[in-house]
Ligand binder design. Sequence first.
Ligand code: ADP
Ligand code: ADP
Ligand code: MG
Length: 497
Amino acid sequence: MTGSPHLPDKVLVANRGEIAVRIITTLQRLGIGSVAVYHAVDAGSRAVELADEAVELPGNPPVSAYLNVEAIIDACHRSGAKAIHPGFGFLSERASFAEAVRDAGLIFVGPGTDAIRAMGDKIESKVLAARAGVPTVPGSTGAVDSVDAAIAVGEEIGYPLLLKASAGGGGKGMRVVNTADECREAFERATSEARSAFGDGRLLIERYIGRPRHIEVQVLGDHHGNVIHLGERECSIQRRFQKVIEEAPSPAVDDDLRAEIGARAVALAQAVGYYSAGTVEMILDENRNAYFLEMNTRLQVEHPVTEAVTGIDIVEEQLKIAVGESLSIAQADVKIRGSAIECRIYAEDADAGFLPATGRLHVVRFPSGDGVRVDHGVTEGHDITSAFDPMIAKVITHAPTRREAINRMHAVLNETVLLGTTTNREYLARVVATTAFGDGQLHTGFLDEHADELVRPNPTRSQENFVLAVGALHSSRFDRRHQLLEPHAGMAGWTSA
Ligand code: ADP
Ligand code: ADP
Ligand code: MG
């Protein structure tokens, strides 16, 4: 190690929910003080409960509190924290935030401002990837600024095409078009949507790859030019271009392909002088060609599966890198052990088009045990509202084989109890139980393709309904059997998952 400056003795976490809890957990393990920031609606959250100190932030709507750069930096100064970890979402990929933190004399636990800026733009990052020798999805070079230019791209590379907002993220701002007419129709709307959602109307166009896998490579870089990769994650189980189930390693990636995509991800990170943790996302077509999609310059939602199979705490590495330490791990030290799967539990109705759900969580029970990790930020009595992202928890299982990791996941999902709001818990259990999932036959259209198989079976069998039934019996409503069969009728706040 060169220099090995000391880790800061106090770090502020500029986030909420499960990721704030997850970061605080590592801070505590390392003996570093933790400062949470929160909006009043999160006053009773687990992150606030766990942190050594908590500072309330003003803001209306609540989300604006977590985007209030001035108030966050002020909270950092007042609490005496020396560094800010941004988590993911919110301010994590705003170059101007990283800059403001550093200008205030604080450590930003993340990459350099230039890397955030360059990689936050899908058009610019694609150019940089191509220059670094990383194959990119065939499509437009640069922004497509008119309908005619879009039609010309279609003539050149053929349909279907994907219109993408250059500044988009979180699966938003994408539209598939199958014909020139559809393209003509969608172009203006996609542009104005991108402008209103991301403040930037520029679009790029790519060939829409059929039945692809989403494969991404976790990289770690330090301030001394060292970059390594921690293998890949597969995140092909998606709805609306958003990940729901992720795993490491990918059942589609062998040692040769891992070395190839790993080397490409490292080359790109090196080309942009990358430090901290980052993820190079790629799409794998049916002929196993991997194309660059984008680079996320932050901790990723699904980082726990990589931690499980490598034994590396990525947040700890980010903290060490942030204070200038050299990477303590060489590429040859990175070993992938066993198989890990993550399921994202969302407050949403998977049987009704994944409609977000709200409600008060009355009962929260997660199982624990060997090879089981649950990252969540909720407590009993916690209100799930539409103010924030509907992800409640992440369940991660790790086992020597993929089959065992799947079986464990199925058991954990079935043993988890979340009462008070509709969740996708049972749906996830059905997904991991399918033969196709077990066989590793994954692609990004998996959930649509298997929709029939994934329909909720007999709702009265669910755990929630069992509890409802017991509750109903206790309140002498034994004769009102329709309520047991149709819990949605007349039992507000106690809906089944
Ligand atoms: P990941 O890319 O880490 O796998 P997601 O794509 O779900 O996970 O994004 C992580 C979080 O960040 C989600 O809460 C998502 O809504 C949010 N997010 C990602 N990119 C953006 C963006 N450009 N604008 C707003 N929110 C974003
Ligand atoms: P975001 O910033 O929203 O995460 P990405 O470019 O990473 O955007 O794409 C998100 C998802 O959209 C991918 O995981 C994949 O399922 C789908 N996707 C993106 N580009 C393509 C493409 N060219 N062909 C097919 N699917 C794509
Ligand atoms: Mg992405």
